[in-house]
Ligand binder design. Structure first.
Ligand SMILES: CC(C)(COP(=O)(O)OP(=O)(O)OC[C@H]1O[C@@H](n2cnc3c(N)ncnc32)[C@H](O)[C@@H]1OP(=O)(O)O)[C@@H](O)C(=O)NCCC(=O)NCCS
Length: 151
């Protein structure tokens, strides 16, 4: 499958089961389904899904506070990584956040998640500090940020 076979679209209720499955396979502390369902209902314009042949292959979820976007979760099906799907999702969510007035975007990533750190670096995010014991298991988060508007 090529990244060009994939459509990026807003979340819909029928996608939630697959999203929760990808969230569980991707994270040791996944968001519970009720939180993902609430976000899908409340802010569907910043909850985007990558779909291929009617199957969900990845998603990204963000929030917006004044001019600051926040990437809350992004994941791609394990067997479909390194094909550009994550990059397509990030491009789409950054554009959605920019259109809603975001000037910059922040995110937290586990210090040990070197794959994701390299992914964000490739997309132009830079390190912006460390948050002690951000995760329930006590691991620190690396905070990363990127400007997306207001030049
Ligand atoms: C992070 C994630 C969403 C990236 O999605 P993806 O579809 O694999 O990313 P892309 O194919 O668009 O990768 C773009 C670039 O990022 C970098 N990159 C991505 N994954 C990488 C890895 N495992 N190791 C090194 N660099 C990586 C590469 O530069 C890559 O370009 P290349 O393949 O041409 O070398 C995916 O790995 C994932 O779902 N991880 C588990 C969940 C997670 O950790 N999410 C982030 C939480 S903060």
């Amino acid at each position: 499958m090529l990244s060009s076979d994939i459509e990026i679209t807003r979340v819909r209720n029928e996608f939630l089961e697959a999203i929760c499955e990808i969230e569980r396979e991707s994270f040791s502390e996944p968001y519970p389904p009720y939180i993902l369902a609430a976000m899908a209902m409340e802010t569907p314009e910043t909850f985007l899904v990558a779909v291929s042949n009617l199957r969900v292959v990845g998603y990204v979820l963000a929030s917006l506070n004044k001019d600051s976007g926040h990437i809350l979760s992004i994941a791609v099906r394990t067997n479909l990584r390194r094909r550009g799907i994550g990059s397509r999702l990030m491009a789409a969510i950054l554009e959605a956040l920019r259109k809603k007035g975001a000037q910059h975007v922040i995110l937290e990533v586990r210090m040990s998640n070197l794959d994701a750190r390299m992914f964000y670096e490739k997309l132009g995010f830079t390190e912006a500090g460390r948050v002690r014991a951000y995760y329930r298991d006590g691991e620190d988060a690396l905070k990363m940020e990127s400007r997306i508007g207001g030049y």
